[in-house]
Design a protein around this ligand. Structure first.
Ligand code: PLP
Length: 279
């Protein structure tokens, strides 16, 4: 695996950073995960915009221009032989004496890696659990500090579930590493953007595709009771695309099978990806 670190492409085994890196010491950094389909960077502009927003939120100047990001990402994809990949990129506030306040001289650490991914067959439906949202109040920042998300996801995996759906003050927020959609009375709903959820690129694309196909949806607060009454629940992310949840806290969701709206939207999403493939 060839990775990028601070200006160089090199084998992952040779990529080394300082133990004083503020990403390591404080989790002081932000990241992005973006898919590559058939060698094409998927929704690149949206991912670079969200990276810019995350960097601004943590008051770290973007170390690269859009064009530089785009060029480096394209080179990374080529170094790793094109095809379908998942890219992880991270920017931290770099190495410095350990003090909480920002260092005077900042040399951000820029790291990117990529791994091959396989096209996913449609899911037969998976299990999720609900958990109280124990995270902080800036979940809109794609911060590398993910301890709460790690603990929540593990709680799900410990009981054979694939995701923890997070509840704050009686309302559905998102998954430990995904956004959430529900279908109630034929309407697809997802929580509105706020400081309590990550503005998912997949979430936005699903809404865009639904709008283009006149499928009704609402961006609206969803109560825990509504979640439990939904006939369809999906969790969405760049890595997992659109996963139908058919069991929630050991209760069957809807018919117990992936629902018809999920099927339709899943197909539209695949078609969208397919258009890119044929370029
Ligand atoms: N919410 C959280 C907390 C996430 O970590 C992620 C992605 O990993 C998402 C939502 C989905 O975002 P995207 O669709 O941009 O991958």
């Amino acid at each position: 695996m060839i990775v990028y670190l601070n200006g160089e492409f090199l084998p992952v085994e040779s990529a080394k950073i300082s133990v004083l890196d503020r990403g390591f010491i404080f989790g002081d950094g932000v990241y992005e995960v973006l898919p590559v389909y058939n060698g094409h960077l998927f929704r690149l502009a949206e991912h670079l915009q969200r990276l810019e927003n995350s960097l601004q939120a943590i008051r770290l100047a973007n170390p690269l221009s859009r064009q530089q990001w785009s060029d480096l990402l394209t080179q990374l994809v080529a170094h790793n032989h094109g095809g379908d990949q998942s890219i992880y990129l991270q920017v931290t506030r770099g190495p410095a004496k350990r003090e909480h306040n920002f260092p005077h001289l900042i040399q951000p650490t820029v790291f990117m890696m990529s791994e091959a991914i396989q096209a996913q067959p449609p899911s037969p439906g998976v299990k999720a659990i609900t958990c109280p949202d124990i995270r902080w109040q800036r979940c809109d920042i794609k911060a590398v500090a993910l301890l709460a998300n790690v603990l929540l996801r593990q709680q799900a995996v410990d009981v054979g579930a694939v995701e923890a759906i997070l509840i704050r003050d009686g309302y559905v927020m998102e998954g430990a590493a995904s956004n959430v959609f529900v279908v109630i009375d034929g309407i697809t709903m997802t929580p509105p953007k706020s400081r309590y959820i990550l503005p998912g690129i997949t979430r936005d694309l699903i809404l865009e595709v639904m709008q283009a196909n006149q499928l009704p949806y609402q961006e609206v607060a969803i109560t825990e009771a509504q979640l439990r009454s939904a006939v369809e629940i999906w969790v969405t992310s760049s890595v997992r695309e659109i996963l139908p949840i058919t069991t929630l806290d050991e209760q069957t969701v809807g018919s117990g099978k992936p629902g018809p709206i999920w099927s339709q939207v899943w197909q539209l999403y695949q078609n969208y990806k397919q258009q890119l493939r044929s370029h």
